[in-house]
Design a protein around this ligand. Structure first.
Ligand code: ADP
Ligand code: MG
Length: 577
């Protein structure tokens, strides 16, 4: 080994390492999932790069992952013959360049270990999770296409530094050796690893191989006849390996063959999210464009849901060959929380992000996939309202962007929206527009809403006084996107959405004859007062009128029918001023 270099981890990486080791001790086994996941990514990348450069496969096209455990040396070794890393790549990817979003992520941590463990899982700790169980990690890697002498040996004890040196490696790919911590020797057990591999990698599309277990031999029998034992397993014989997973892309298998647990595990593989998804939808579309998709609804919003640069999109495969992560062209922005895979049968293998943007076929797929998600949500809302409530709590605000972005599905999205209303007067948004319409009073033609900066302000708006008295339900809107939403939604089921603080309310429909008469009398009797107020407020208001909308407050300000965008915070009670 030559050219040894010791480098410090980047500050963010250091922080992440420390946090991880301390908050993930109850999820120790995930290190194996992460390392298998990386090996599988490396094989995917090799296969993809080899499309253009078949010579990269020189030295073997049997792509596989091999895992072995040594209970005497207390090591676990994970090998793949994938893309590998050059020395420079090893330095960057395993220590000096934090993943994008790391600092945002770190800023979100609360210090509460349990919560942070959840978040950290969602962030995808990846390679560094090795240090949850290992006191020292060694990586031997050689990039496909480079010569044997260009291998790199990376090693660290997670003490703030790592070392790299040149090493001769006869084969391309990566070998990772974990030297287990004193308390974690249990992971060097073949059976333990085997069961974890089954649990975590059945859906991995490449074979995961492990040594064949030695034929069973009772302890006392062995003791009786040493010579037999020696014959069965000579100390230095190479063990025979066998494939321990299904080694088939999960989405390519028939739905009927798949268990819920397998779908959930695949979700973890795609997202690194510890918690189970709320729902998934797996299907194949045949016809002009043929593709398979497996889409998941997570049960919590990711930390970067509101970041412009936040990762979103699906994993794209073409005929089972991995093409790219975060292909965002397949879903509209308001469905950016959806995770999963799309596998096209007819896109070219060399398709690039730029091409995806221009290809009209992608637009068709996008429409189809959005429809699939909306159908899945509609089904959840109908059959599992509790789950839907969770969904709404996490992603409702994003869904509200839908009507503006996706005109074709406006009605479908509208049915999925949930609001607070004066019926229950609680902040939980659980009223659908369909329910609202079903409860509309005889003669009521519009869907009433009030909009304010907070739920409390909406709920105590003076504009609600008479409507409350009459038992007319009003939607209480206080999300920042609500104004934008109602502007684009405009109506539902043929009924206009009506801001009760804007223009005149159509009370005729909901007033009794007597009330109408009393109202007219009232107006006539106050013409003089109205005139005087108009004069006094010439510069402040455009009109003064006697209204039926108040019952307790003496006066309120309303917006003109066509006034733009002003918010409820401008409402003031004239009383006492
Ligand atoms: P992620 O997989 O989310 O990118 P990881 O921390 O798991 O993050 O891995 C960091 C990077 O290290 C990977 O993106 C990849 O570039 C590199 N890497 C890790 N394991 C391997 C491997 N087995 N073969 C090749 N590159 C790897
Ligand atoms: Mg990874």
């Amino acid at each position: 080994e030559t050219q040894t270099q010791t480098l410090g981890f980047q500050a963010e990486v250091k922080q992440l390492l420390k946090l991880m080791i301390h908050s993930l001790y109850s999820h120790k086994e995930i290190f194996l999932r992460e390392l298998i996941s990386n090996a599988s990514d490396a094989l995917d990348k090799l296969r993809f790069e080899a499309l253009a450069k078949p010579e990269l496969l020189a030295g073997g096209s049997d792509l596989a992952i091999t895992i072995d455990a040594d209970n005497k040396a207390h090591t676990v070794t994970i090998v793949d013959n994938g893309i590998g890393m050059s020395r420079q790549e090893a330095i960057e990817h395993l220590g000096t360049i934090a993943k994008s979003g790391t600092s945002d992520f770190l800023a979100q941590l609360s210090g509460d270990q349990k919560k942070d463990a959840q978040l950290i899982g969602q962030f995808g700790v990846g390679f560094y999770s090795s240090f949850i169980v290992a006191e020292k990690v060694e990586v031997f890697s050689r990039r496909a296409g480079l010569e044997a002498g260009a291998g790199v040996h990376w090693t660290s004890a997670a003490d703030g530094e790592f070392t790299v040196s040149d090493v001769e490696l006869p084969e391309r790919g990566t070998r990772i050796v974990l030297h287990l911590k004193e308390g974690d020797h249990e992971f060097a057990d073949q059976y333990r690893i085997r069961s974890l591999v089954r649990k975590y990698s059945d859906h991995i599309a490449f074979p995961v191989r492990m040594p064949k277990p030695a034929p069973y031999k009772a302890e006392d029998e062995e003791k009786k006849d040493d010579s037999v034992v020696a014959e069965v397993k000579p100390e230095d014989a190479k063990p025979e390996f066998e494939t321990v997973n299904a080694a088939q892309a999960l989405w390519a298998r028939p739905r009927t063959e798949l268990k819920d647990e397998e779908y959930k595990e695949f979700y973890r593989h795609v997202t690194h999210d510890f918690t189970d998804p709320l729902a998934w939808s797996h299907g194949k579309v045949e016809g002009k464009k043929e593709y398979t998709s497996l889409l998941y609804i997570p049960s919590r919003a990711p930390y970067d849901l509101w970041h412009r640069e936040g990762a979103r999109g699906l994993k794209l495969y073409v005929r089972r060959v991995f093409i790219m992560d975060d292909a965002e062209q397949f879903l509209p922005l308001y469905l950016r929380f959806v995770k999963g895979v799309v596998d096209s049968a007819d896109l070219p293998l060399n398709i690039s992000r730029e091409m995806l943007q221009q290809d009209p076929a992608i637009e068709t797929m996008k429409t189809g996939l959005a429809r699939r998600v909306l159908d899945m949500l509609a089904k959840m809302a109908k059959d599992e309202p509790e789950k839907y409530a969770t969904f709404w709590k996490e992603f409702g605000t994003v869904m509200k962007e839908g009507p503006a972005e996706d005109h074709t599905n406006r009605e479908r999205i509208a049915k999925l929206l949930r609001f607070s209303s004066t019926l229950a007067d609680k902040p939980e948004a659980d009223v659908s527009l369909e329910e609202y319409v079903g409860r509309m009073k005889e003669g009521q033609k519009e869907i009433y809403y009030v909009i304010a900066d907070s739920f409390g302000a909406a709920k105590s708006s003076p504009h609600l006084e008479v409507l409350r008295k009459k038992g007319i339900e009003v939607l209480l809107l206080s999300d920042r996107v609500d104004e934008w939403l109602v502007d684009h939604l405009r109506e539902f089921d043929g009924k206009q959405l009506k801001n009760v603080a804007r223009g005149e309310l159509d009370f005729a429909a909901i007033q009794s004859e007597d009330e109408k008469k009393a109202q007219e009398e009232l107006s006539k009797g106050h013409t003089e007062l109205v005139e005087r107020m108009k004069k006094a407020l010439t510069d402040q208001v455009s009109e003064v009128r006697v209204t039926a909308r108040l019952s307790d407050s003496p006066a309120c300000l309303v917006l003109g029918q066509y006034d733009m965008g002003a918010q409820m915070r401008r409402i003031m009670e004239a009383a006492g001023q």
